[in-house]
Design a protein around this ligand. Structure first.
Ligand code: B1M
Length: 223
């Protein structure tokens, strides 16, 4: 059966299955098919890619999947996100602010962070994506160079999330804390944790993070 013959619901189930199986060649075809059916990039992310990755995450936790399989799933997800990137990051939007984004030291998870980057770009932010495993010195140097309005940090591990506080404290020591709005996010991060480490905001997901960042810029520009 070809993808065109599947109902929309089955197309999304197929996408989740293929993501689970790490079928990097299939995912872009399915994403294109969903787009051709008028699905929005956000719907495809939520119902196909992120939903599939949630199943991968649960089976990884339960010892059913192992790192190589999860990596394959992650690569398949990235192949799908590459198609959605230009759609999420519409061209020609005037820049509303500048943001630096990175996954903290010790942590190599970048799918969620890259999704946040894409959606911020789509909303009109200039995003300087520092990548993974970024230490406090890396964040400080990038902030000095680019003078962003917002710093976003991502952590997916309970062992790396405390490093966010190291970065916030380092910015304080360098006298840079008051000039930047700090947002944190990642699966184990919570509102309370964000407050504890001295961040200004917690981004539950990419869409919420965009809303928070836009609201902050609105306030900043009207001051
Ligand atoms: Co990792 N891993 N992993 N892993 N991995 C988790 C996080 C885990 C929860 C899996 C599990 O056990 N169920 C678990 C952490 C447990 C814990 O800390 N309590 C775990 C583990 C243990 C590990 C290793 C230690 C495994 C090992 O080696 N034994 C290892 C650590 C490596 C390291 O970082 N040093 C490891 C490795 C890997 C892979 C390399 C195989 C791969 C990463 C590939 C990559 O990213 N390029 C991987 C993956 C894929 C996952 C899971 C399955 C999926 C993560 C993901 O991409 N989710 C994950 C299980 C899970 O989270 N369900 C797991 C999809 C993504 C869209 O969501 O990242 O949450 P998320 O991002 C969201 C929000 O959180 C938010 O917005 C995003 C979009 O809506 N957000 C932000 C994220 N960052 C933000 C920043 C912001 C704002 C919002 O700033 C403003």
């Amino acid at each position: 059966m070809s993808y065109q013959e599947l109902s929309l619901e089955d197309l999304y189930l197929q996408m989740q299955d293929d993501l689970y199986d790490g079928l990097k060649a299939e995912i872009p075809v399915e994403v294109q098919e969903a787009l051709a059916r008028g699905q929005s990039p956000q719907e495809i992310l939520d119902n196909g890619l992120v939903a599939g990755m949630d199943i991968v995450g649960a089976d990884f936790r339960d010892g059913i999947l192992f790192v190589p399989e999860v990596l394959m799933a992650a690569n398949a997800m990235k192949a799908g996100m590459e198609i959605l990137r230009p759609l999420l990051a519409e061209t020609g939007v005037s820049r509303i602010g500048k943001m630096i984004l990175g996954t903290v030291k010790g942590d190599i998870h970048d799918i969620g962070k890259n999704l946040v980057a894409m959606m911020m770009e789509g909303a009109g932010f200039e995003v300087i994506n520092l990548g993974i495993n970024v230490d406090a010195e890396g964040f400080v140097a990038a902030i000095r160079e680019h003078e962003p309005d917002i710093l976003g940090m991502s952590a997916l591990l309970t062992t790396t999330m405390p490093y966010m506080k190291v970065v916030v404290d380092t910015l304080g020591e360098e006298g840079m804390r008051d000039n930047i709005y700090i947002m944190v996010g990642g699966a184990p991060v919570t509102e309370n944790f964000a407050r504890e480490v001295g961040a200004d905001a917690y981004g539950r997901d990419a869409a919420v993070s965009v809303e928070i960042a836009k609201r902050f810029m609105l306030g900043k520009n009207s001051r």
